[in-house]
Write a protein that binds this ligand. Structure first.
Ligand code: XMP
Length: 530
């Protein structure tokens, strides 16, 4: 296996003081095609020297520099001769440790402001005299450290932008990384290209190389298992790991009987036939349906499905061990479990005030598996946002139907069948769902919305077909737009499209005589019906 180090490239280190925007800064730098790495705020100056960055960005953070246990930087970092940009709390750190004065004014400034640029700083090259900026801070610099001058002011602060050109130290009280600072990207561009002198030498291709290298270093010759769901995240991880470690990777694809029509075919075709990934296909539909027999309560359904998934996964690994995939080193054949954890799944926060210790909350999308089975985790895309993962997927050659597919819940069609899940109901819902998807695609709407799907309401209403009275089920149509699934609104698709979907479902799907359109937003409703 090749483990040659990827070529050296420009690098920006981001010290994380707990801002909700830290990863957004990393992402903005990546958009400039420069490699960036987020490291904890307490990294030492000597560690930084070893990492050889071209420059450093200090993130914002929720603390006040005077809070008990507030995160503090190693002040030696300012003497390394590297350019540093302090954002918000990062600026306060800079002022505080270099002999300036920071006060907590008691009023937190949030929201839009106007920055007046006062001394032609390199940071604002090409940006004119004033800029719309976004503030969110509590502390304020009241006295500049020696060597610093003001570079811009806002209505409420004379030191909204500061610099020490000699030492290449820069500070901003506002947030250049957020969309509400419309020209913030240009400020970061000036810092990264002109002050840190980074080259544009990092692309999704370099990410893939780098990620492959890291994975090889992490797993050595050991085996890795991945639960492949067919969703974007696990699919991209499968393709990435296959590139990195080939047959050391085994994917387990569990058919829980709650999948969309022909889902298992698509996954087997793409990964088995096209990528030649070692794929273990487990048809556990009967097991899941037996467990779901008589279950009506939505939470209970989810719990039953989650627990059964863990059992099926364990059994599948046991079977692989028996059939010779095993090295039996750790009691089961695989030392590593790969997961498609993305940055938004990783909620990291630094808690201060009452609790001086650093608290990191991590949410994994495969609940329960790792702790019980003593896997070490491989999470090669945990620094990326969804759209970046999609780019990686495309670059690795995954088809559009996988890379741009809509999210599909783990408990599958079970949360789209109100009441008990039965084979008959699944079959009705699959047929209706296939019609929704094909009509959405045909009308060019499928890729424009967050999700579009059918829900089976097993309540019967009266209808008429030919001369016959019917008494059949209702399908609800849910089409929503959303950024992240946290909030959503129903999509105003053309009536003609609704008409086509409705008439096809009631004409073609036996057991349905009525179609309704869900016009609820989230909140107060949720996207799924259960
Ligand atoms: P709700 O229904 O909570 O859904 O508004 C928000 C988004 O999450 C998806 N969803 C799930 N995804 N496992 C998943 O992997 C689940 O149990 C689950 N429940 C909901 C849902 O499809 C929507 O995109």
């Amino acid at each position: 296996m090749k483990t040659a180090a990827p070529p050296k490239h420009s690098k920006i280190l981001i010290l994380d003081f707990g801002s909700q925007y830290t990863q957004v800064i990393a992402r903005r730098v990546r958009e400039l095609q420069v490699y960036s790495e987020v490291v904890p705020f307490n990294v030492s100056a000597s560690q930084i020297e070893k990492l050889q960055p071209n420059g450093i960005i200090l993130s914002g953070g929720p603390a006040s520099v005077y809070d008990k246990g507030a995160p503090q930087i190693d002040p030696e970092i300012f003497s390394l001769g590297l350019p540093v940009l302090g954002i918000c709390y990062g600026l306060m750190q800079m002022a505080h440790h270099l002999g300036g004065e920071v006060v907590f004014t008691g009023r937190r400034e949030y929201g839009a402001g106007m920055l007046h640029i006062t001394n032609g700083s390199k940071l604002f090259d090409g940006l004119g005299n004033q800029l719309d900026v976004w503030n969110s801070h509590g502390d304020e610099v009241t006295l500049l450290p020696k060597g610093f001058v003001a570079a811009g002011r806002t209505e409420s602060s004379n030191f909204a932008a500061v610099e020490d050109r000699q030492r290449h130290l820069y500070g901003l009280q506002f947030h250049p990384e957020v969309a509400h600072t419309p020209r913030g990207k240009e400020i970061l561009q000036n810092f990264v290209y002109h002050i840190c002198r980074c080259a544009m030498d990092w692309t999704m291709g370099s990410f893939i190389e780098e990620a492959c290298h890291r994975v090889r270093q992490q797993v050595g010759n050991e085996k890795v298992v991945l639960g492949l769901s067919g969703g974007v995240d696990s699919s991209v991880v499968a393709a990435l790991l296959h590139k990195a470690i080939g047959d050391q990777l085994t994917c387990i694809f569990v058919n829980n009987g709650l999948l969309r029509a022909r889902e298992e075919e698509v996954v087997q075709r793409v990964f088995g036939e096209n990528f030649h990934v070692k794929l273990s296909y487990v048809d556990a539909s009967a097991r899941f349906l037996t467990k779901l027999h008589g279950v009506i309560d939505p939470e209970r359904k989810r719990k039953v499905i989650g627990e059964e998934f863990i059992r099926v996964f364990e059994d599948a690994i046991g079977d692989l061990a028996k059939t010779g995939h095993s090295s039996q080193i750790t009691g089961h054949s695989f030392r590593f479990l790969a997961q498609g954890t993305l940055y938004p799944d990783v909620i990291e926060s630094i808690s201060i005030g009452g609790n001086p210790s650093q608290v990191i909350k991590t949410h994994h999308n495969v609940g329960g598996l790792p702790e019980k089975m003593h896997f070490e985790l491989v999470e090669p895309v945990r620094q990326l946002f969804k759209d970046e993962v999609r780019q990686v997927g495309l670059q690795l050659g995954l088809p559009k139907e996988i890379v741009y597919r809509q999210p599909f819940p783990g408990p599958g069609l079970a949360v789209r069948i109100l009441g008990e899940v039965t084979p008959e109901r699944l079959s009705i819902l699959r047929e209706a769902d296939t019609i929704v998807q094909s009509e959405m695609e045909a009308a060019d709407w499928y890729y424009k919305v967050w999700q579009s799907f059918a829900v089976l309401l097993p309540i019967q209403t009266v209808g008429v077909m030919g001369d016959q009275r019917t008494y059949e089920n209702t399908i609800a149509l849910r089409i929503v737009e959303s950024q992240d699934g946290m909030t959503a609104d129903w999509v105003r698709v053309p009536y003609e499209l609704l008409a086509r979907i409705s008439s096809r479902i009631s004409n073609e799907v036996k057991g349905v005589n009525r179609v309704v359109f869900d016009v609820s937003s989230k909140p107060p409703s949720t996207i799924e019906w259960e």
